[in-house]
Design a protein around this ligand. Structure first.
Ligand SMILES: Cc1cc2nc3c(=O)[nH]c(=O)nc-3n(C[C@H](O)[C@H](O)[C@H](O)COP(=O)(O)OP(=O)(O)OC[C@H]3O[C@@H](n4cnc5c(N)ncnc54)[C@H](O)[C@@H]3O)c2cc1C
Length: 459
């Protein structure tokens, strides 16, 4: 042990890895973070093109009860601003376009009641799923044997209600209902409190954004942490009393490793000895969702002149949900430019991801023109990112559990394997899949090391 260089090597400099490293540093542990990309932030990715102050191509919103990220923003003195919701929202369902204010769209009464009933039922069932052990829910086996699609088919009886729910829920899960376990959906809803919280803007998950973008928050968090960029980890050997971590460019010896990468990418790291069978299988059976976040930039937010908020829910696609994502107003006037952001998700994102950049731009702008009129073609800039094709994410927003996985393999999600510990938003209990969950997962993994590490215990 005498020539072991480090207390901890953290794999991945997303919010999970960085929060683990910060907690370890505060606990006096000598830590290095190895990051595959040439930047920190992972699924949070901010670009600064010439025509606008910033564009968030990945995670951007924060909302109430996301206590970890809200505390970090306060600590950093970051400025946040409310998501623009002033004006009428658009709804395109079953070929009809309508406008509405607030949260309740104009639908035939039967469909409206059906949507409300489905939401009520999902929230009620979700509350019974234990966040730290979904497999212990009283009806875990039954719910994990079913797909979410199967549940929707039984409980959502009108086409309009189903189309609306599919469009809205895709924004939350980025995966088709036919691929997800009902138990997973219920866990995820409970993890973010309830469906209204996951879907909403004011007072909910999409409430606020960070001025300047979210990646600078990760960059600030990384200050003072020894992060080695462009250092993908290829192999982790647990030698019993220490670990050897091999990455492009070198090798480190360390007492502990915290792996803070998405499950799919964990499956690409070679472990010696092999990880326990359940952990090994788990990471190969947690697929990622698929998302493309399209950002169209205009000289001004022209849709506001027409009384529109910019918010759209549509069952047509490829973009199913859109927002006014303009920067905040400048002193004494409106925003310096107008930005519309549309999410293309799940099957539509998988198809759109096959197009080249020009094809994606054309498809996205045509779709926005269907929402906001031909003026939507007159962009001064356009940006997107195909997360599914990004080798260091492999999809987004996060991984999900198909039927059978929570109950069979769930107990191995956070269980350390020898000296190797697990972080990442997918391992979080609260706000799993979100930046907030990433932060808490990193702190939890760091606490495991700090409490379990003999040097700390004897200190
Ligand atoms: C389009 C989009 C929109 C989103 N919107 C929101 C939102 O508005 N609000 C919100 O809260 N969340 C949002 N999310 C989700 C949020 O971004 C993620 O939950 C969160 O960033 C995950 O953090 P993480 O640290 O767990 O994982 P990651 O950010 O994925 O970090 C893992 C890191 O590990 C690195 N890595 C992987 N393999 C290796 C290896 N072998 N060696 C070294 N490094 C490796 C990766 O490069 C990456 O940097 C969004 C995500 C996307 C893609």
């Amino acid at each position: 042990m005498s020539d072991v260089e480090l207390d901890v090597v953290v794999v991945g400099a997303g919010f999970a890895g960085l929060s683990a490293a910060r907690a370890l540093g505060r606990g006096g542990k000598k830590t290095i973070v190895l990051e595959a990309r040439d930047r920190v932030g992972g699924r949070v990715y901010t670009t600064k093109p010439a025509e606008v102050p910033w564009v968030d191509l990945g995670g951007q919103w924060v909302g109430p009860t996301q206590d970890k990220i809200l505390a970090l923003l306060r600590e950093q003195g970051a400025r946040t601003f409310k998501t623009w919701t002033t004006g009428q929202n658009l709804l395109l369902v079953s070929g009809k376009k309508s406008r509405y204010r607030g949260t309740i769209p104009r639908l035939p009464i039967v469909s409206l009641l059906n949507v409300g009933y489905a939401q009520f039922l999902l929230d009620r069932l979700a509350k019974t799923v234990p966040l730290d052990a979904p497999w212990k829910a009283a009806r875990a086996k039954e719910w994990d044997a079913r797909t979410f699609d199967d549940w929707l088919r039984v409980h959502v009886r009108t086409d309009t209600a189903r189309h609306l729910l599919d469009a809205a829920l895709e924004t939350v899960f980025a995966a088709p209902a036919r691929e997800m376990s009902l138990l997973h959906v219920l866990f995820y809803i409970h993890s973010g409190k309830n469906l209204g919280m996951l879907l909403g803007t004011d007072g909910a998950a999409q409430a606020e954004r960070v001025q300047g973008g979210m990646q600078p928050v990760a960059e600030k968090l990384a200050e003072g942490i020894d992060v080695r960029l462009s250092s993908p980890v290829r192999r982790i050997e647990d030698e019993g009393d220490h670990c050897r971590v091999s990455f492009d460019g070198g090798e480190l010896t360390t007492r502990h490793v915290i792996v803070a990468a998405p499950p799919k990418l964990v499956s690409e790291i070679e472990f010696s000895p092999l990880l326990p069978e359940a952990r090994r299988r788990l990471v190969t059976k947690m697929p990622m969702g698929a998302v493309i976040k399209h950002t169209a930039i205009y000289d001004r937010p022209f849709w506001r002149d027409d009384g529109l908020s910019g918010m759209v829910v549509s069952d047509e696609g490829p973009i199913h949900v859109a927002f006014d994502n303009s920067p905040p107003n400048v002193a004494g006037g409106g925003p310096p430019c107008g930005m519309l952001m549309g999410f293309c998700e799940s099957d539509a994102a998988r198809a759109m991801g096959k197009l080249d950049a020009d094809g994606r731009k054309k498809a996205a702008l045509s779709n926005l023109a269907r929402f906001y009129g031909p003026r939507a073609h007159d962009v001064i800039g356009y940006h997107d990112h195909v997360w599914e094709n990004d080798p260091w994410s492999g999809g987004c927003y996060g991984a999900f559990m198909p039927p059978g996985i929570w109950t069979e393999l769930g107990p191995s999600l956070r269980k350390p394997c020898g000296r190797v510990h697990w972080a990442g938003t997918e391992t979080a209990t609260v706000w799993s899949g979100y930046i907030d969950g990433a932060l808490s997962s990193g702190e939890r993994a760091a606490a495991e090391v700090l409490v379990g590490c003999p040097s700390i215990v004897t200190r």
